[in-house]
Design a protein. Structure first.
Length: 246
């Protein structure tokens, strides 16, 4: 929840201007502005290859849910990705696993891609239950999608250690890799195709200074960038760090 209309447009323009064809051939880039800025940013990115996403969505299609935004509304503005279960939604707004799973199901139902955020608190990490917490969160979404017709859709899963968000701390690359590998295993166990077609992002205080080292981990497919995304140069530096080394 940052920025004015003009700031959002300037940021989107800065990102679009810095995403060279060479960069966009190597990595996928998405931006997720606040709801009220989606129309302006959508127009600013129109015709480009940067994906537009939203920071949240309702699990309901329509109805008397004042203040909510449906996935159909987001689709109307060209959104292709929707964050669900972001750590701040879970911790500040009490969204539980069942609600996050329902939101992911709603996103998939209209053909958009959910970015399912999972992660543990500092207390859970210190108690040694990180992997079981993350497994529970991922499993809730997989079960919600399991009873759909057709094969399970490929997902984007973002591992956000809650203790690392906005604190300047980040998980050591090896620690992030361990959790990402566990998530990959969960996806493979559910459906072999999910393990290869889904992407697993790291989202705990990713910065230009640490992005390259984190992205070298074999099961880290990219980043979900928070504070650093508010500066176009920093965000572009992180995108550049995701380019595979030949």
């Amino acid at each position: 929840m940052n920025g004015s209309r003009s700031a959002a447009l300037a940021l989107a323009g800065g990102v679009e201007g810095g995403c060279t064809p060479e960069l966009l051939q190597a990595v996928d880039v998405a931006v997720c502005p606040p709801f009220v800025h989606l129309p302006e940013v959508s127009r600013a990115l129109e015709g480009g290859t940067i994906s537009l996403g939203a920071q949240n969505a309702s699990e309901f299609d329509s109805g008397a849910y004042t203040g909510e935004i449906s996935v159909g509304m987001l689709s109307d503005f060209g959104c292709r990705h929707v964050l669900v279960g972001h750590s701040e939604r879970r911790t500040l707004f009490a969204e539980n696993d069942a609600r996050v799973a329902a939101k992911a199901r709603a996103v998939v139902a209209v053909g958009l891609c959910p970015v399912v955020c999972v992660g543990e608190t500092l207390e859970e990490r210190e108690a040694g239950v990180t992997e079981s917490v993350v497994a529970r969160q991922v499993d809730a979404v997989l079960r919600a999608l399991a009873d759909r017709d057709g094969p399970p859709p490929a997902l984007v899963v973002a591992y956000e250690p809650i203790w690392a968000i906005g604190t300047g701390r980040s998980a050591l690359p090896a620690d992030a890799q361990a959790v990402h590998a566990r998530i990959r295993t969960l996806l493979v166990e559910h459906d072999a195709r999910l393990g290869t077609e889904s992407r697993i992002l790291y989202g705990g205080s990713v910065k230009p200074e640490n992005a390259a080292e984190i992205f070298t981990m074999p099961d880290v497919d990219g980043g979900l960038v928070g504070g650093a995304s508010l500066d176009a140069a920093d965000f572009l530096a992180i995108c550049q760090a995701a380019v595979p080394v030949a």
